[in-house]
Write a protein that binds this ligand. Structure first.
Ligand code: NAD
Length: 367
């Protein structure tokens, strides 16, 4: 019997559509190899949602993600809507999607692949063995807090940073549980020397940590963490932090691996998980077959592992990515200056081909 999973695919805008096409191609290859039927249906979000239905998170998309086993997202964002009212901005669609799914924990693994050590601006000896899992709180904090808005005819503005102990506790538990599968070390990042919210964060994480006596816990202020992440990234195992600090630190961590286009993420809550590469819609390169699809393809691996509980297919995708890179496949963003580079589609095809090839090499020889 073929197992079937329903995947809501939200390509979004700009390079989101290009990298998601390659993620779909890889999911098809995984389905063929492992005998799994991925029923993938596409729905609009972001500027594509505004164009299709006048809403960055259209009703049809809302209903589809609620029914799916997992949600695969590209990226949202369109400079043409930069000055649109907030309810029509692509990013509002993304925030509403995360809120509807209740995905409070965002997991961003940052692993420096040996084949790409020379692509980072950091020295190679700082990068060897870097393997950090950033666990970012995703549905609270400054990006959601009310009141918010412009005041006094726009001359001043307010945003609200608020967390409850319960919100901190549930994401902290994800970090400690993840650390148990890794090197058993959690570094919690806050600004407890200045912010009351951070003091509550630190107290709560410390209390939760008492349930995980096998996991080492330490705390860093966000400014120190930002320095250490580039000065000594090998020291981190699981880095736990709130929404805005996590947004910033995870982009900083992208520098370690050489390109934003390489990094995946998984957002988990009670219902279907949301899986997306960490990059945006990259309008500067959109529509030119230049985007690196590896972040989106690595996202497929996280979807398989964390969203559907399929560790073996997940490992097959990660292995195919590493193999393609070891064999020298490079998109423009990770190629040496002047060296030949693959386009988005060719890189996707190469990785999907390696997944299929592994299947053929295992198949019994026909007589
Ligand atoms: P971005 O991530 O889109 O691009 C930053 C830089 O990285 C650009 O130079 C881009 O060309 C490059 N880049 C990004 N992904 C790449 C890939 N896969 N391959 C090769 N190069 C890649 O960030 P930005 O320019 O600050 O934002 C552009 C738009 O995306 C904005 O509208 C922003 O709001 C939106 N955005 C959306 C998300 C999301 O959907 N989760 C995240 C970040 C930004």
């Amino acid at each position: 019997m073929v197992t079937q999973y329903s995947i809501a695919v939200l390509p979004g805008d700009g390079i989101g559509t290009e990298v998601i096409a390659e993620a779909e191609r890889v999911l098809e290859a995984v389905g063929d190899r492992f005998g799994i039927d991925f029923a993938m249906r596409r729905f609009p979000i972001g500027a594509a949602g505004v164009a299709a239905a006048g809403d960055p998170f259209p009703e049809e998309t809302r209903a589809a993600v609620a029914r799916a086993d997992a949600v695969l997202l590209g990226a949202v964002g369109d400079p043409a809507l930069d000055h649109a009212p907030r309810h029509l901005r692509p990013e509002s669609g993304l925030l509403a999607l995360r809120a509807q799914l209740g995905v409070f924990a965002n997991l961003r693994p940052v692993t420096v692949l040996p084949a790409l050590v020379d692509r980072s601006p950091l020295k190679a000896d700082r990068l060897e063995g870097v393997d950090v899992l950033i666990v970012r709180e995703l549905t609270g904090g400054l990006y959601y807090g009310e009141p918010r808005g412009r005041e006094g005819e726009g001359a001043s503005a307010v945003n609200t940073l608020r967390y409850s102990a319960a919100e901190i506790e549930r994401v902290a538990r994800v970090a400690f549980e993840s650390a148990r599968q890794r090197r058993r070390h959690v570094t919690s990042v806050d600004k407890a020397n200045v912010l009351e919210v951070s003091q509550l964060w630190r107290e709560t994480v410390t209390r939760v940590g008492q349930d995980y006596s096998d996991v080492r816990l330490d705390h860093l202020y966000v400014d120190t963490a930002a320095m250490r992440l580039v000065a000594g990234p090998q020291a981190f195992d699981v880095l736990l932090t709130e929404n805005m600090f996590g947004d910033i630190l995870s982009d900083e961590a992208a520098v370690l691996v050489g390109s934003l286009g390489l990094l995946p993420s998984a957002s988990l809550g009670e219902g279907p998980g949301l899986f997306e590469p960490i990059h945006g819609s990259a309008p500067d390169i959109a529509g030119r077959d230049l985007a690196n699809p590896i972040g989106a393809i690595a996202t497929v691996a996280l979807l398989l592992r964390h969203g559907l509980g399929l560790p073996e297919p997940a490992a097959a995708v990660e292995h195919a990515i590493s193999l393609a890179l070891e064999q020298g496949a490079r998109t423009r963003d990770i190629a040496e200056a002047g060296a030949p580079a693959l386009g988005t589609r060719a890189m996707g095809a190469r990785i999907a081909g390696l997944i299929a090839e592994a299947q053929r090499s295992r198949a019994p020889v026909a007589r």
